[in-house]
Design a binder for this molecule. Structure first.
Ligand SMILES: Cc1ncc(C[n+]2csc(CCOP(=O)(O)OP(=O)(O)O)c2C)c(N)n1
Ligand SMILES: [Mg+2]
Length: 694
C-alpha cells in the first residue's frame, strides 16, 4: 500500500495528531540541528496553534496579505518553530515588498533545516518583513500582545469606516499566543488594560500557563492570579485545563467569537517539553536542544519513527490544505467577490482601501499645509505640529493617532469638526486616547501601522524612553509610524531634570532606520511632516519645542524645503567662502542665526547650517554633503540642547560642540540657557577661538 493510501485510511483524529506531532518534531529537529533554540514550548503548544490555524483562522496561505485575514501573533517569539512549522505545512506563499506574490513558499523545509542560520526564512524569532506570514516581529516579550491591541483597534476602525450594510469588508479577528514572560512584562498590563477599556472583542490572547520560565518555576516570581487580573481589566477569561484537548481549545475559541464587548483571555494549562520523558515540565526544555537520546525517547513517546528527521508524513500537508487551505481560500474568494461589488457601489471607499494597502497617500494629502509668515516672536514647534496634524488627518482618511494623556500639551488633539474619539461606542474616532501608557502606545501604533493605517503616538520627549522598545521594533519592522515628541529640550524649564531630555536624541539616532527630525522653526515643522508622510518603510520621531521659536524670514534665509535633505545652508556670508560653520537643530537654529549676525558684523564669514536630521543628511550624495559642510572648512561649531554625543562626526576633531554633558536643572528657561551656555555669545566665542581670533 502506498503512503498516500495509508493517509487516506486515517481518521480525522489521527490526521490531527499526526499534524501536531509533525509540528513538534520539526521543532525538535530544527533546534537540534541548529544547536540552539527553544523546543519545549512548541512541543506543548503545537495542539493549540494547530487548532487555531487549521480549524479556526480565516487565513489563505495563497495570499498572506489578504486584507480581511485573521491575524495570528506569536508573542512568545522564542517559540518561533511553531510559526515556521505552520507556515511551512500550510504552504503559505511568499510576497515581496511590492506586495507581489512570489511563486515560492514563505518557509521551505530547507529553511527549517537551516533554522537560525544566515539567510534562512526560519530565523531565531518571528520577523515581519523578512518572512511572509509573520504579522509582527516578536521576541522581546510583551511586544506581541501589546501590538495586537493596535491590530484590534485597527480592525474596529476599518470596519466602522468601510463596512456598509451587506458589506462586511473588515470583520477579521486577532489571535495571539503568549507565555508567562509576556504577561509579566509591564507593557502587557498597559495593553490589556487599554484593550479591556476599549472592549476589543475581536482580540483573543491564548496564555500558555506552563508555570515555567528560564530560571525555573514561576513560583519564583509570578504568583498573581492572572484570571482575576484580566477579569478586572474587563476581559472575558476562559480556561482550558489540558493543552492537548483540541475540542476544548476549539470550543474556547468559539466562545471567544461569540463574546461581545470584551476581549478574551484563554488560560491554557500546558506542559513545556510535552512528551520528553526527562525534560517535560522543566525549565531545561525551554531554551536548549533536547539532546540526542532525549529526542529519541520523545519521538518514541509520540509514536514517531525514532531516527527520522524533518519528517513530514504523507497526508499532513494535504490535511492542512483541506483545513485552513480550503477554508481560507473560500473565505478569500467570497471576500474578493464581495469587494468587487463593493467597488462597484462604493468606488471611492474601495480605492481608499487599495491606496492604504499599498501605503500610498491619497491625492491632495498635503493640500493646505500651512506656510508660516516671518515672526520674531514665533510659534512653538508643538503648535505648528498641531496645525499640520489637523490638516493631515482631514486630508488622509486613514491617518489617526493620539497621545499618552498629553494631547493638550503635545498639541496632538485632532480638533476639527467630526474628528471624534475612538472608544467602545465610537469606533470611527480619529483621536486615540492611550492613557498614561507610553510603551503600549508605541506598540499599539505599530499594530495600527501593521494594519496599514497611518498612525502617530505622542508624549513628552523625555518619556520616549518608556516607548523605546516598541520604537525600536518599528524600525526593525520598517514601519512608517510617527512619534510626536514635544518638550524636546529644556523648554519646560521649571519642571527640572526629570523632564528635560538629554541623551534621547543620541539614543534614538542610534536606532538603525529610524528617522529623527528636530525642526528649527514652524516652517521646518511643516517640511518635516511633508518628508515623514512620504516615508513608506521607516518610522520617524519628531522632536518639537514646547516654547515659541522665531519663524525665520524665508525671503532672507533659505527655504525650509531644505529639511528634505536633512541639513541645508540656511545663511551664508554676503560674499566669499565661509570660514566657520555653525551647525544647529531645533531651538538652537535661531541662536546660531543670532551668533552668525554678530560674527558677520565682526567681519567673520560664518555659515549657518540647519540640521534637523542626521539620518536624512547622511543619505544625501557626498557632493551635496560637501556643499553644505565643505571639507576645507575645519572651524565648525555644533549647537544642540542635548547630549554632545556623536556630533564629532560633523564638527571633526578640530570642531566644538555646545551641548549637554550633564542633566539639566529646575529653573526658568532663560536661566537654564545662561547656566548651560546656550547663548549667542558663547557660539561667537567658540567660533572666534577656532579661527584664532580672540
Ligand atoms: C523583554 C524580554 N526579556 C527577556 C527575554 C529573554 N527571555 C526569553 S524567553 C524567556 C522566558 C519566558 O518565559 P515564558 O514566557 O514563560 O516562556 P516559556 O519558557 O514558558 O516558553 C526570557 C526571560 C526576552 N526575550 N524578552
Ligand atoms: Mg512559561
Amino acid at each position: 500500500m502506498s503512503m498516500t493510501n495509508v493517509a487516506a485510511l486515517r481518521t480525522d483524529a489521527e490526521h490531527d495528531q499526526l499534524s501536531i506531532n509533525t509540528i513538534r518534531t520539526l521543532s525538535i529537529d530544527a533546534v537540534e540541528r541548529a544547536k540552539s533554540g527553544h523546543p519545549g514550548t512548541p512541543m506543548a503548544l503545537a495542539p493549540a496553534v494547530y487548532t487555531i490555524w487549521n480549524r479556526v483562522m480565516r487565513f489563505d496561505p495563497q495570499d498572506p496579505i489578504w486584507p480581511n485575514r485573521d491575524r495570528f501573533v506569536l508573542s512568545n517569539g522564542h517559540a518561533s518553530m511553531l510559526l515556521w512549522s505552520v507556515l511551512h505545512l500550510t504552504g503559505t506563499c511568499a510576497v515581496n515588498p511590492d506586495y507581489e506574490r512570489l511563486g515560492q513558499p514563505s518557509v521551505s523545509l530547507e529553511d527549517i533545516r537551516r533554522f537560525r542560520q544566515i539567510g534562512s526564512k526560519a530565523p531565531g524569532h518571528p520577523e515581519y518583513h523578512w518572512v511572509s506570514g509573520v504579522e509582527t516581529t516578536t521576541g522581546p516579550l510583551g511586544q506581541g500582545v501589546a501590538t495586537s491591541v493596535g491590530m484590534a483597534i485597527a480592525q474596529k476602525w476599518l470596519a466602522d469606516r468601510y463596512n456598509r450594510p451587506g458589506f462586511a469588508i473588515f470583520d477579521y479577528d486577532i489571535y495571539v499566543v503568549c507565555g508567562d514572560g509576556c504577561l509579566m512584562e509591564g507593557v502587557a498590563s498597559e495593553a490589556a488594560s487599554l484593550a479591556g477599556h476599549l472592549g476589543l472583542d475581536n482580540l483573543c490572547w491564548v496564555y500558555d500557563n506552563n508555570h515555567i520560565t528560564i530560571e525555573g518555576q514561576t513560583s519564583l516570581a509570578f504568583t498573581e492570579d492572572v484570571a482575576t487580573r484580566f477579569l478586572a481589566y474587563g476581559w472575558n477569561v476562559l480556561r482550558v485545563g489540558d493543552a492537548n484537548d483540541l475540542e476544548r481549545i476549539e470550543h474556547a475559541l468559539g466562545v471567544f467569537r461569540e463574546t461581545k464587548g470584551r476581549p478574551t483571555l484563554i488560560i491554557l494549562d500546558s506542559h513545556i517539553g510535552y512528551g520528553a520523558p526527562h525534560k517535560h515540565d522543566t525549565a531545561a526544555a525551554h531554551g536548549e536542544p533536547l539532546g540526542e537520546e532525549e529526542v529519541r525517547l520523545t519521538k518514541r513517546s509520540y509514536g514517531w519513527p525514532e531516527e527520522a528527521q524533518f519528517l513530514v508524513p504523507d497526508g499532513v500537508r494535504e490535511h492542512f490544505a483541506a483545513g485552513i487551505g480550503a477554508r481560507g481560500a473560500a473565505a478569500r474568494s467570497r471576500w474578493t467577490a464581495l469587494f468587487a461589488s463593493y467597488r462597484a457601489k462604493y468606488p471611492e471607499l474601495a480605492s481608499e482601501i487599495d491606496q492604504m494597502q499599498r501605503r500610498d497617500l491619497p491625492a491632495g494629502w498635503d493640500h493646505n499645509l500651512p506656510v508660516f509668515p516671518a515672526d520674531a516672536k514665533g510659534i512653538a514647534g508643538r503648535e505648528a505640529s498641531g496645525k499640520v496634524l489637523n490638516l493631515l488627518a482631514q486630508n488622509i482618511p486613514w491617518f489617526l493617532g493620539g497621545s499618552a494623556d498629553l494631547g493638550p500639551s503635545n498639541k496632538t488633539t485632532l480638533t476639527y469638526e467630526g474628528a471624534g474619539s475612538f472608544q467602545a461606542g465610537s469606533r470611527g474616532g480619529k483621536n486615540l486616547h492611550f492613557g498614561i501608557r507610553e510603551h503600549a502606545m508605541a506598540a499599539t501604533v505599530n499594530g495600527l501601522s501593521l494594519s496599514k493605517l497611518r498612525a502617530f503616538g505622542a508624549t513628552f520627549f523625555i518619556f520616549s524612553d518608556y516607548a523605546r522598545p516598541a520604537i525600536r521594533l518599528s524600525a526593525l519592522m520598517e514601519l512608517p509610524t510617527i512619534f510626536v515628541f514635544t518638550h524636546d529640550a529644556m523648554g519646560d524649564g521649571e519642571d527640572g531634570p526629570t523632564h528635560q531630555p538629554v541623551e534621547h536624541l543620541a539614543s534614538l539616532r542610534a536606532i538603525p532606520g529610524l528617522v529623527t527630525l528636530r525642526p528649527g522653526d514652524a516652517n521646518e515643522v511643516v517640511e518635516a511632516y511633508r518628508y515623514v508622510m512620504q516615508l513608506r518603510h521607516q518610522p520617524a520621531v519628531l522632536a518639537l519645542s514646547r516654547q515659541p521659536l522665531p519663524t525665520l524670514d524665508r525671503r532672507v534665509f533659505a527655504s525650509a524645503a531644505g529639511v528634505a535633505r536633512g541639513a541645508y545652508v540656511l545663511a551664508d556670508p554676503q560674499s566669499g567662502n565661509p570660514e566657520v560653520l555653525l551647525i544647529a537643530s531645533g531651538s538652537e537654529v535661531s541662536l546660531a542665526v543670532e551668533a552668525h549676525e554678530k560674527l558677520l558684523a565682526e567681519g567673520i564669514r560664518s555659515r549657518v547650517v540647519s540640521m534637523p536630521s542626521w539620518e536624512i543628511f547622511d543619505q544625501q550624495a557626498q557632493e551635496y554633503r560637501d556643499s553644505v559642510l565643505p571639507p576645507a572648512v575645519k572651524a565648525r561649531v555644533a549647537v544642540e540642547q542635548a547630549s554632545t554625543f556623536g556630533w564629532e562626526r560633523y564638527v571633526g576633531s578640530a570642531g566644538r560642540v555646545i551641548g549637554m554633558t550633564t542633566f539639566g536643572a529646575s529653573a526658568p528657561l532663560k536661566a537654564l540657557q545662561k547656566k548651560f551656555g546656550f547663548e549667542p555669545d558663547r557660539i561667537v566665542a567658540a567660533a572666534r577661538q577656532l579661527l584664532g581670533r580672540q
